[in-house]
Design a protein around this ligand. Sequence first.
Ligand SMILES: Cc1cc2nc3c(=O)[nH]c(=O)nc-3n(C[C@H](O)[C@H](O)[C@H](O)COP(=O)(O)O)c2cc1C
Length: 211
Amino acid sequence: MKILLVNGSPNQHGCTYTALSEAAKTISENGIETEFFWIGKKAIPGCIACYKCAEKKRCVFDDIVNEFTEKAQNADGFIFGSPVYYAGMNGSMMSFMDRVFFSASRKEPHPFMLKPAAAVVSARRAGTTAALDSMNKYFLHGQMLVVGSRYWNMVHGNTPEEVKQDEEGMQVMRVLGRNMAWVLKLKEAGEKMNIPLPKQEDIRIATNFIR
Ligand SMILES: Cc1cc2nc3c(=O)[nH]c(=O)nc-3n(C[C@H](O)[C@H](O)[C@H](O)COP(=O)(O)O)c2cc1C
């Protein structure tokens, strides 16, 4: 079993990475494989609402988004990390998540459905809960199992060294890693007991509030 740790920061080994690494430690200690996925520094275009993913089953922009959704098919759980920019996730991460989750919802099998997920954020000072709120919305919309910790999943610092001094934040990451590993083991046990995934309804009702 494998958990993908997505680093949405332009800093490959910065604060967000430091938080993700602390969670990765306890995931590994519990016998689950981890893999980092860095979204990089290159510009990631936002969704252009062409809806072509409905027919192509992938995004028309063949970039890191398609690379990730392919990889996600074979992962069992996810932690998405982002630095806080103006009290939200950073812009590249938002473009990335919009396109990943919109195009993934057209894929068969769905790469995220009923898999555990968590968001973690890093900030110098403020805006963490607003950023977490928006990130968690992708998971809830995608029928994922949102995993928590003993506080909201945030660390504080402007440098990795500062983040390591945030003892509470580091503990929150370690607890999150253990909780993620535990949920994966529960899922595995359920599969061994032949507990099927819940039945999906074939037709999705979308009423747009007016009809
Ligand atoms: C454009 C920009 C906007 C930022 N906005 C915030 C903010 O709203 N609140 C905050 O506490 N820190 C803010 N920061 C600081 C980063 O969130 C913080 O340094 C973070 O830990 C960096 O993570 P990283 O090393 O993974 O990139 C901002 C930084 C940048 C570059």
